[in-house]
Design a protein around this ligand. Structure first.
Ligand code: 4AD
Ligand code: MG
Length: 481
């Protein structure tokens, strides 16, 4: 169809030409002014109807939500808040929308309400902005890696191993629950299942990514991952997207440098390319902050917060250093933490991460060299320290308001060390023989990390619930759309 995107018309400087726009009616005022949005941007175009010369029956069908095609002259607008408008010559209703039934009214709806109608929330300004930013961030991720010669590797969604231990897995099976095939001893006969063995949805593409990195040098994955953790928080999804680069010949410092560079690049890309959307989200946030008591309001606005992140080096310190800071911190000494830090070795809770990022350093933080006990089997082992404590070359990046946004490590490339650790952690080596082959044939130092895409989108959009930055959220007891 010959139509012009509204976003392009709003910037037009030539008046008098005839244009056609197609979009959805946001509001219709005084039987005269239609605000139309076609999704190309947040801003609507105003189309002015000559109601004296238009059928009453047609006017009645111009309702919020209806799809319309409007042709007319592009003229300078005399109204406030817009430069241009369309003087309607021809108006066609492409799809009616019953105003009694359409759930979106021309007013501000709560995010909770919009979550209930996730299939329609794309039509709101907020979600238009959020998903435009999401798109831009995804594009920027690919651009960043492509420009540096990384290969985008597609790793499987269905996996035959369940050994990474990153989280609870979703079983993939064609077995009929009402008629489960059994062996003589009563156990499930998986030979009858589609793949002839138990399979799961992937929790991470890392292990397969390592295989590819040992051939291509630099690769990344960007795909959906699944975790059946029953954690109903504003930071967890059962289905989320993860970016996992894996680089041969990288050590932990190289790994941190790349992660910091990636984060800064994509944030800057969004600022440069989604300024309208981010400005809109920023003002949305200001309104939201006004609802809160004075002492809970955040000091920085969204744009300043993003710029601050670009302009400052992330703070890098070891887990051990972080524990020392936390131990002697006010909330720990006054017993205000729910989980008090009294010893080396405990995993950090989100309250501790938030303290380090938001109160102590007041900027993004990279924590390294965690206790081996609390990290995955594939992380490279350090020599025990002077107290005999064992650590691994892990790194977690913590962001203000988000907590952990990146988790990664240098990998254990020494076969014997890796096998020994797998044994200690009861990771079945036979099942992962294909993985261990990388260490058998031309093993090399390498490192990688996983960036949670929705947590990144949360940070850049200033949204506060992860369900609001993925189009169709999957959370416990919720897979409706
Ligand atoms: O720290 P995680 O579990 O690390 C891994 O999966 C490694 N295999 C990554 C690697 O080294 N290649 O997850 C990585 C990131 C987290 O930092 C977080 O941002 C995000 O993935 N994440 C989630 N995001 C949303 N919902 C969940 N349930 C998430 N679990 C992890
Ligand atoms: Mg992690």
């Amino acid at each position: 169809p010959k139509r012009t995107k509204i976003k392009d018309l709003l910037n037009a400087t030539e008046f008098g030409q005839q244009v056609t726009v197609m979009g959805w009616v946001k509001t219709f005022r005084n039987n005269q002014f239609i605000a139309i949005n076609d999704g190309s941007g947040i801003n609507n175009i105003q189309a002015v109807v000559d109601f004296n010369n238009t059928d009453e029956s047609l006017l009645k069908r111009i309702t919020t939500g209806a799809a319309v095609s409007v042709t007319g002259e592009l003229v300078e607008s005399l109204g406030k808040g817009q430069r241009v408008e369309i003087k309607v010559q021809d108006l066609e209703i492409l799809g009616d929308s019953d105003p009694e039934k359409f759930p979106l009214q021309p007013k501000k709806h709560s995010l909770e309400f919009l979550r209930e109608i996730a299939h329609l929330r794309f039509r709101t300004n907020t979600f238009n902005a959020v998903f435009k930013v999401r798109h831009a961030l995804a594009f920027a991720v690919h651009k960043f890696f492509n420009d540096q010669g990384f290969v985008y590797m597609h790793t499987p969604v269905i996996t035959g191993s369940d050994a990474e231990g990153a989280g609870e897995m979703f079983r993939v099976s064609t077995i009929d629950f009402d008629n489960i095939p059994r062996n003589d001893d009563g156990t499930v006969n998986y030979k009858e299942d589609f793949f002839g063995k138990p399979t799961n949805l992937t929790v991470s593409g890392q292990l397969e990514g390592e295989l590819a990195a040992m051939a291509f040098g630099d690769i990344y994955t960007f795909g959906p991952t699944f975790r059946a953790e029953n954690s109903n928080t504003t930071r967890h999804l059962a289905e989320f997207w993860m970016i996992e680069p894996e680089m041969a010949f990288y050590d932990l410092d190289d790994n941190m440098d790349l992660a910091e560079k990636l984060l800064k690049y994509v944030i800057k890309y969004a600022l440069d390319n989604c300024s309208d959307e981010i400005e809109f989200l920023s003002s949305r946030l200001v309104e939201e902050e006004k609802q809160k008591p004075q002492n809970e309001r955040s000091e920085l606005n969204l744009i300043d917060k993003l710029k601050f992140c670009l302009e400052n080096d992330f703070e890098r310190l070891t887990y051990t250093e972080a524990i020392d800071i936390l131990k002697s911190s006010k909330p720990n000494q006054k017993k205000q933490f729910k989980y008090l830090i009294d010893d080396w070795g405990a995993d950090l809770q989100s309250e501790h991460e938030r303290y380090l990022v938001e109160k102590h350093f007041k900027k993004p933080v990279i924590l390294t060299n965690y206790p081996a006990e609390i990290k995955a089997f594939y992380m490279r082992q350090n020599e025990p320290d002077e107290h005999g404590r064992k650590t691994v070359r892990a790194m977690d990046i913590l962001f203000p308001g988000i907590g952990e946004i990146v988790g990664g490590s240098q990998r254990e490339e020494r076969l014997e060390k890796l096998e020994q650790r797998m044994h200690e952690m009861h990771v079945p080596a036979e099942e992962l023989s294909w993985y261990l082959d990388t260490r058998r044939f031309g093993s090399a130092p390498h490192a990688g990390f996983g960036l949670g895409f929705e947590r990144l989108v949360l940070f850049v959009t200033g949204m506060t619930n992860i369900r609001d930055v993925i189009p169709f959220p999957r959370t416990p007891k919720n897979a409706e759309f």
